[in-house]
Design a protein around this ligand. Structure first.
Ligand code: PMP
Ligand code: GLU
Length: 411
């Protein structure tokens, strides 16, 4: 039966992020005390006005254009212009069921090779594999905040030779929680060698210093942007994303449109109408508050977990930290994560799911296991959220952090 499945699909497993979420939920249901630091989902409610817009549009039953609702593409185009300073025309934007699908379509249509910095989000490599695009990993270092240096990128491009190349950059980053400090230098090399960049900006609205920095600012003509409602708007389950291209790639956008039309046809209509409100309305206050909470909770975990044997870079945006638990007990990070889960109840993902070698004791920790609705209702302004507040509104995160630290001490 093995040859019934295509060779490039055969070795693939269900996505690690979704799998750990289901595993943690199952263990919880069986009565175990679990700290779900494995899955990265916004803990916050979707802003009310966006939800009511969805309700008002629940009766919209007709198919929308393949490329997506025009008003929504206009709203995204304006939002990108105001955040990045770069014009992404509505005709160069395609609406997708989550940005994950946007990336998959990109891989399927693209004829070339992919450069992925390690760490990279779990789905980039399998998607490339599905589309039979060769992946070139680029190791990064803690010292460069877990992003590639321009020199490393240049070397890699030279070693690949004269082929079409897309480099994926995700800042703030999943899994490291860090922000790229050398976007300008990376853009310069990309421009020199005329490679394309996919800037995955799904977390960029959740940058802790509130500075939305896109690499498109330094290389507008070569940067694709993907984004969506899943993270900043708390709407992961709505599955609404987009792909935006600079001018000059009409055929590529048309290819994506064709792939969309031959697969999901068009994204569901009510959510597209609600998304117009999300991109047109002013949600700065919501973003500021949710980001403030994430920053405070992330810093709490960072401060209470880091030691000379648990190495972590400070969180700068999004939901994640990437602790490295120095030890010589485990052969692989995956084996270590199994031990952590069984002994402390903390679900983490191993660094090997993000492009690191098995024997690097890196993990991804998502600090979103708290009731974001309750937390939001009980804070005001940008007042510092002290440990007592974190303990009150993010008790699982606090307890799980303690369990993790204890697990490591008892190794
Ligand atoms: N990129 C990164 C780095 C992510 O963490 C996620 C979260 N799933 C996505 C893309 C895809 O998000 P979505 O498909 O929900 O837009
Ligand atoms: N982005 C989330 C994570 O990395 C989960 C959703 C997904 O992977 O599609 O945990």
């Amino acid at each position: 039966m093995d040859d019934f499945i295509k060779k490039n699909i055969r070795g693939l497993k269900p996505s690690a992020t979704l799998a750990i979420n289901e595993k943690a939920k199952k263990l919880l249901k069986q009565g175990n005390k679990i700290y779900n630091f494995g899955f990265g989902q916004s803990p916050f409610p979707i802003p009310e006005k966006i939800v009511s817009t969805l309700k008002e549009n629940a009766g919209k039953k007709d198919y929308l254009p393949m490329q997506g609702l025009k008003e929504l593409r206009v709203a995204i185009s304006k939002s990108l212009l105001s955040k990045t300073g770069i014009e992404y025309d509505k005709d160069n934007i395609i609406i997708t069921p989550g940005s994950k699908e946007a990336m998959l379509l990109m891989h399927v249509a693209f004829n070339g090779e992919i450069i992925l910095p390690a760490p990279s989000w779990v789905s980039y490599e399998p998607q490339a594999q599905i589309a039979e695009n060769k992946v070139h990993w680029l190791q990064t270092s803690r010292d460069n905040n877990w992003f590639p240096t321009a020199e490393d990128i240049e070397k890699k491009i030279k070693s690949i030779g004269n082929k079409n190349i897309i480099l994926i950059i995700n800042s703030p980053n999943n899994p490291s929680g860090t922000v790229c400090n050398n976007l300008k230098e990376i853009a310069k090399v990309a421009k020199e060698y005329k490679i394309k960049i996919l800037s995955d900006e799904i977390y960029t609205d959740l940058t802790f210093d509130q500075n939305y920095l896109s690499i498109s600012k330094f290389y507008p003509e070569g940067t694709f942007i993907s984004g969506g409602l899943s993270k900043w708007c708390g709407a992961g389950g709505w599955r609404l994303g987009f792909f935006a291209s600079p001018d000059g790639n009409k055929e590529f956008i048309n290819a994506l449109k064709t792939l969309a039309s031959e697969s999901y046809s068009t994204v569901n209509s009510p959510v597209q109408y609600a998304a117009v409100e999300a991109y047109q309305g002013n949600y700065d206050d919501y973003k500021a508050k949710t980001t403030h909470i994430l920053k405070s909770v992330g810093n709490y975990v960072y401060n209470n977990l880091k030691s000379n044997k648990v190495l972590i870079n400070p969180p700068q945006g999004g939901f994640y930290l990437m602790p490295e638990f120095l030890n010589s007990k485990f052969k692989t990070s995956s084996e270590m994560c199994d031990d952590i889960l069984s002994k402390s109840g903390v679900a983490l993902l191993p660094g090997s799911d993000f492009g690191f070698k098995n024997d690097k004791m890196l993990t991804r920790l998502s600090f979103t296991d708290f009731d974001g609705d309750l937390f939001l209702k009980n804070i005001s302004g940008s007042k510092e959220l002290d440990d007592d507040i974190i303990k009150k509104y993010a008790p699982n995160v606090v307890e799980g952090t303690k369990k993790l630290a204890e697990w490591h001490k008892n190794l």
